[in-house]
Structures are given as structure tokens and as C-alpha cells.
Design a protein around this ligand. Structure first.
Ligand code: KIV
Length: 267
């Protein structure tokens, strides 16, 4: 039977019917294949690749070429999921022409289905331009990691009225500019509820409570690949660091006592 691929219309219908949207990050073929087969609705090739794949402290250093490489790897593992690729820092902030050129490169060179960018009113012109070229755009508001040097910390955003009002205004602005969906990162649950109820497009939360239309987690966080990283919004479904470390130690011990390979594992 033909696989029913997820599209922006599917996601819109899910909001309307109340079916929650699942989204996970992926950066390579192997994990994208597993998540796609498991039925994850959206795979995000996040610029968090800068942190979890490249070991940088922030998302700022990752380049457009590097994002394209990760997205190409992910697309090879995907049959059904809707794939969104982050525009990295520096590839869209200058003006809407540059934002469109970066988005076109992603769509042409990877075969992904949409791009994501951070910000509100200040990126509205770029969103309009990218959408008018036929490229679906996901917004990202609240904690926007590409602006870490402006904010100085990764703490919860929009707790005060002024920032909350700005976030509500920005959500409306980017919806009107043409975004098909928006990520809300690390904001109070009741604010995310209000925003979710006030827009027609699906909201995807990360540290934004249960009232969003969907949820996203960074795959390394939900798989427990870094056991030291434990902010309260993460649910760990595996303790992979412990499991992988245990497996590596067993392998080392087997090699050291010449127990691997056995005769049955040899030619
Ligand atoms: O880059 C990323 O992983 C993200 C998610 C945190 C939403 O933008």
C-alpha cells in the first residue's frame, strides 16, 4: 500500500481535529530511518546539530553548507515524515533576498519539505518572500537560541507581560506573513495555550507545556545521550549514554581477553 506522506495540509488537519503532532530532530540517515518508520510526523534538521553533532556551545557556528549536508543524509532515510530544515544563523538575517536564496539552496540541494527560521516582526518580510516562492516556512518564537548573545541565558522567556504581549503579536504577524506552523520554545504553559487558541496554524512546543498542538524534542535529549543535561522539560525515554558506555566497555574487555572474535565470528 502507498505510504501517506505528511504534508502541511495533514498538519493543519491535525490541529483542527485535535490530533497532537509529534516532532523530533534528526541529523543523519540512520536515525531518520528509525524515526520515520516509528511514525514521527515531523523531522527537524535542527541547527542544534551545532551543539549535539559538532560539539559547539551554541547554534551560531553551523553553516548553511553543513545544514545542507545533514538534511541530505536525513532525506535518504525518510518515506513518510515531513522534513523541516533550520536556516542557520547568518543565512537569513541580512535581508529577504538572502533569506530566499538560502531557502532555495536547502530545497534544491536536499529535497526537504520546508524551512524554519527564528524571530517575529523582524523576519516577516523574509517569510513573505520565501512563502511566495512556494517554500513552506515554520516560525520559531520564545527562546530563540540564535539570539543567545542578546539574551545572555537559556532561561524561560515571556514570563513578564511586555514580553508575553510581544510574543502574541509576533505569532499573529508571522501567521499573517504565511508561516504554516510555529515552534514555541521555553515559555509558560498558559501563554502557549493562549497563543495556540488564538492562531489557526499548529503550534509545536518545547518546554511550553501540554496545550500546544504538538511537541518537539532534540533526539539526543529524549534518548539520554548526554546524561548530564537534565532541564525539566525533557522526558528521557532511554538512558543511551549508560547503555552505549556499557556496551563499549564490554567490547573493550572482550577484545582485551581475546574473546572477540570467536571462531563463529571468523571466516
Ligand atoms: O534546532 C533545534 O533543535 C530546534 C528545536 C529546539 C526546536 O530548533
Amino acid at each position: 500500500m502507498a505510504i501517506k506522506k505528511i504534508t502541511t495540509s495533514t498538519l493543519q488537519r491535525m490541529k483542527t481535529s485535535g490530533e497532537k503532532i509529534s516532532m523530533l530532530t534528526a541529523y543523519d540517515f540512520s536515525f531518520a530511518r528509525i524515526f520515520d518508520n516509528a511514525g514521527v510526523d515531523i523531522l527537524l534538521v535542527g541547527d542544534s546539530a551545532s551543539n549535539v553533532m559538532a560539539g559547539n556551545e551554541t547554534t551560531l557556528p553551523i553553516t548553511l553548507d553543513q545544514m545542507i549536508y545533514h538534511a541530505q543524509c536525513v532525506m535518504k532515510g525518510v518515506n513518510r515524515s515531513f522534513v523541516v530544515v533550520d536556516l542557520p544563523f547568518g543565512s537569513y538575517q541580512s535581508n529577504s533576498e538572502i533569506a530566499l536564496a538560502s531557502s532555495i539552496r536547502i530545497m534544491k540541494e536536499t529535497g526537504a519539505h520546508a524551512i524554519k527560521l527564528e524571530g517575529g516582526e523582524e523576519v516577516a518580510e523574509s517569510i513573505k518572500k520565501i512563502v511566495s516562492a512556494g517554500i513552506p516556512v515554520m516560525g520559531h518564537l520564545g527562546l530563540t537560541p540564535q539570539s543567545i548573545n542578546k539574551f545572555g541565558s537559556y532561561t524561560v522567556r515571556a514570563k513578564e507581560d511586555v514580553e508575553a504581549e510581544k510574543l502574541k503579536r509576533d505569532t499573529k504577524i508571522i501567521e499573517e506573513a504565511g508561516c504554516f506552523s510555529v515552534v514555541l520554545e521555553k515559555i509558560p504553559a498558559l501563554l502557549a495555550k493562549e497563543v495556540t487558541e488564538s492562531v489557526h496554524i499548529p503550534t509545536i512546543g518545547i518546554g511550553a507545556g501540554k496545550y500546544c498542538d504538538g511537541q518537539v524534542l532534540v533526539m539526543h535529549d529524549m534518548l539520554g545521550i548526554n546524561s548530564e543535561f537534565k532541564p525539566r522539560f525533557i522526558r528521557k525515554y532511554l538512558e543511551l549514554e549508560t547503555l552505549i558506555s556499557g556496551a563499549a566497555k564490554e567490547y573493550i574487555a572482550d577484545v582485551k581477553r581475546n574473546d572477540f572474535p570467536s571462531d563463529g565470528e571468523s571466516y
